[in-house]
Structures are given as structure tokens and as C-alpha cells.
Design a protein around this ligand. Structure first.
Ligand code: PMP
Length: 393
């Protein structure tokens, strides 16, 4: 019998939806044509890609020709940053970002620094939200690009992108947002946000892995990402991942349709979890703003607890969760996001990220609230520091 797993790691990835998979299967089997060919089999593959493009555009309120398919969030971020930096280097070489971006943004920026660009990392407030005035203060004559994520993958905080975009536009600076965690969780309207570039990834909203998209507002100066054939209007060459793109299109259509219902269900579960953890366990803090956060995210730090042990003990109880810095797991470094919001390294180590999904129920939360206090106490029993704090009362 398959062991039941309570999956609380939807920010890492989500299971593919049955309806999504069903739409993909023909493009992995009998509809195998290459979209660049002119006979029926190829034309049908091309049509399927264009339908997906239409669906993505509709979900974001973008124009169809503003959507470009990629291999995922990492590629979209790399393209957005390197593509605009190279295309606009005649105007300047300064880029602004924040200290809590994903590594898919931070590492391409590191690379750009190596080849002559300068990057300002604007700190966030202790609640994990960046103050738009601080972005404004960081702007220089030679600033060409601002990149701020829409929602943080560890602590779920939602950034004031509309305000930041307004500041960028007043100075004619290109504005990119990594919306990989936000799409499928909160409504997104690229025109209303006023942004130029937006990254998304299908596996975060019940679509397949290895496929994403970059929204590029018409008129944005950006270099192509991959050179080769003429796919994606000469901007991103290579035979398309047809089935993946079809899955992305279907997944975003479903996610957008169910957005309100999904968000209000998860928000209720999230709030029950937050209230429960804060009331049942001492020496705990909720990371990230209490309200300006994704409906499915709760991130806690427990003092006198080692994060990896916490995750392993939860695993023995059938609970899949993460410490948040999923993309750096295996590294013993504390999360850069938690350090950026002011946590001490030892406390940052004891963090737990719970990200809910539509499969989660109230019983799952009750179960977590039952086992978590026991696990935390067990781990603290092994901490000499906790023992001495307890004695001091
Ligand atoms: N940006 C953010 C905010 C993310 O959470 C992730 C996925 N962890 C990525 C980018 C990278 O996306 P992908 O896994 O599709 O490459």
C-alpha cells in the first residue's frame, strides 16, 4: 500500500493536474509533428502552441505576441536580466534588485557584475517587504533595469510591484518581476502592474516541469536568449517543448478560473496554521508580513531547533515540508532571505516553510498542529542552550 504523504511543499513544486496531463498526452504520442514544419502534423502542433500562448496572455491580460515560451522560471529570469542588460548597455550599466530575490535572479546578476555591470541590492524591511522609496533612492543616471520579485518563494511576502513599476517608468527604466511564485496564487494583470517583463513557471501551478514563459511588453529592448532557428519569433530558438507548452496553457487557464476559490480556501487553512503554531509553541516567530503574503505560505523560525532535523522528523510522520531555501538545499548556509529580514544565523537555521495546495485539508493542518509541538520539544530537549534559557525562566 502506498504510504500517505501530507504534502506541504507546493512552493517547491505541485503535482500535475489530470486535465493538464490529458491535454499533453497527444503531443507526446500521435501528434508528434515539429511545429516548424508545414504539413498537417506540424501545423497542428503549431496551433496547439498558439492556443497555449493565447491562454497565457489571457491569464495575464497581456497581448498574445508578448508571450514567449521558455524552459522554466530560471530561463525566464536569465533571459529577462541578461537580455535587457546587453540590449541597453549603451544607456548604462546599473541594475537594481533586492536582497531577497531567488537565485535565478541573483546568480545571473552576479554574472553581469563580472562582465562590467553594477548591481545595487536594496534591503527589505523586517517584514520582508521592500520600501519603494528605497528603490527610488537607489536609482542613478545610468540605471537601466529594476528587478523585484512579485512574491517571495520562502516567506511568501508580496511586493508592491505596481508602485515600483511606476517609479521605474517615470525614469524610463525597464522593470522585471519574477512572478514564479505568484502566478496561480494571486491575480496578475501585467497592464495594471505596469511592468515590462514577467517570469513564470508551469510546475508551480499544477503544470509540467521544465516549461515556463516570459512576458515581454511590446517595445522592450531585449536581446534574444538562444540563437538558432526562428522559433519564438527569432528570440528563443530551438524546437519547442510542445507538450509542456500545451500543459502550461491548460494549467494557467484552470488556475485563473479557480483563483478566488483557491485563495480563500488556502488562506483559511494558512491562518488556522499560523494561529495554531503561534499559540501552541514558544520561542517561535512567523517570518514575513502577517497579511501581505501569499494565501498558501506560512514560514516559521523556531529558536533552539535545527531545521534539517525538524524536516527529517516531520518526514518520519509522513509530512513533506521544506526549510524554504529549497533551491539551496544541501548547503549548510542559512537562507539569504531569512538573514535579509534580520534573523540571527542560528534562528534562520531552525526554519520551516509550509506551503499549502488545493489537495490540503483541515485535517492535514490539525495533524501538523498535533505533531509539530512534540517534534519541536523533542529537538529542544537536545539543546543545552534551551535548557539554560528554561532554567532562567
Ligand atoms: N523564481 C522563483 C521565485 C522560484 O520560486 C523558482 C522555483 N523555485 C524559480 C524562479 C525557478 O523556476 P524553475 O524551477 O521553473 O526554473
Amino acid at each position: 500500500m502506498k504510504e500517505k504523504i501530507i504534502y506541504f511543499d507546493h512552493a517547491a513544486t505541485t503535482p500535475i493536474k489530470k486535465e493538464v496531463l490529458e491535454e499533453m498526452i497527444p503531443y507526446l504520442t500521435e501528434q508528434y509533428g515539429n511545429p516548424s514544419t508545414i504539413y498537417k502534423l506540424g501545423r497542428e502542433a503549431k496551433k496547439a502552441i498558439e492556443l497555449a500562448r493565447e491562454r497565457v496572455a489571457k491569464a495575464l491580460n497581456a497581448d498574445i505576441e508578448e508571450i514567449y515560451f521558455t524552459s522554466g522560471g530560471t530561463e525566464s529570469d536569465n533571459w529577462a536580466l541578461k537580455g535587457t542588460a546587453l540590449a541597453n548597455r549603451d544607456k548604462g550599466r546599473h541594475i537594481i534588485t533586492t536582497t531577497i530575490e531567488h537565485h535565478a535572479v541573483l546568480n545571473p546578476l552576479k554574472y553581469l557584475e563580472k562582465i562590467g555591470f553594477e548591481v545595487t541590492y536594496v534591503p527589505v524591511e523586517p517584514n520582508g517587504i521592500v520600501d519603494p522609496n528605497k528603490i527610488k533612492e537607489a536609482i542613478r543616471e545610468d540605471t537601466i533595469l529594476i528587478s523585484v520579485m512579485l512574491a517571495n518563494n520562502e516567506i511568501g511576502t508580496i511586493q508592491p510591484i505596481k508602485e515600483i513599476a511606476k517609479i521605474a517608468k517615470e525614469r524610463e527604466i525597464i522593470i522585471h518581476t519574477d512572478a514564479v511564485q505568484a502566478v496561480g496564487q494571486i491575480p496578475i494583470n501585467v497592464k495594471d502592474l505596469g511592468i515590462d517583463l514577467l517570469s513564470l513557471s508551469a510546475h508551480k501551478f499544477y503544470g509540467p516541469k521544465g516549461v515556463g514563459a516570459l512576458y515581454i511588453r511590446k517595445g522592450t529592448r531585449i536581446h534574444p536568449f538562444l540563437q538558432g532557428g526562428a522559433q519564438e519569433r527569432n528570440k528563443r530558438a530551438g524546437t519547442e517543448n510542445v507538450a509542456g507548452i500545451v500543459g502550461l496553457g491548460k494549467a494557467i487557464e484552470i488556475a485563473n478560473k479557480n483563483l478566488n476559490e483557491y485563495a480563500s480556501k488556502l488562506q483559511k487553512l494558512r491562518d488556522k496554521l499560523i494561529d495554531g503554531v503561534l499559540s501552541k509553541i514558544d520561542y517561535v516567530r512567523l517570518n514575513g508580513d502577517r497579511y501581505q503574503r501569499l494565501p498558501n505560505n506560512a514560514n516559521f523560525s523556531f529558536e533552539f531547533v535545527e531545521g534539517e532535523s525538524l524536516l527529517l522528523l516531520l518526514d518520519t510522520k509522513g509530512i513533506a515540508a521544506s526549510s524554504g531555501s529549497a533551491c539551496t538545499s544541501g548547503s549548510l548556509e542559512p537562507s539569504h532571505v531569512l538573514l535579509a529580514i534580520g534573523l540571527e544565523p542560528e534562528v534562520a537555521h531552525g526554519s520551516l516553510r509550509i506551503t499549502l495546495g488545493e489537495d490540503n485539508t483541515e485535517e492535514d493542518i490539525d495533524y501538523l498542529l498535533e505533531v509539530l509541538p512534540e517534534i519541536v520539544s523533542k529537538l529542544r530537549e537536545m539543546s543545552p542552550l534551551y535548557e539554560s534559557v528554561k532554567k532562567e525562566g
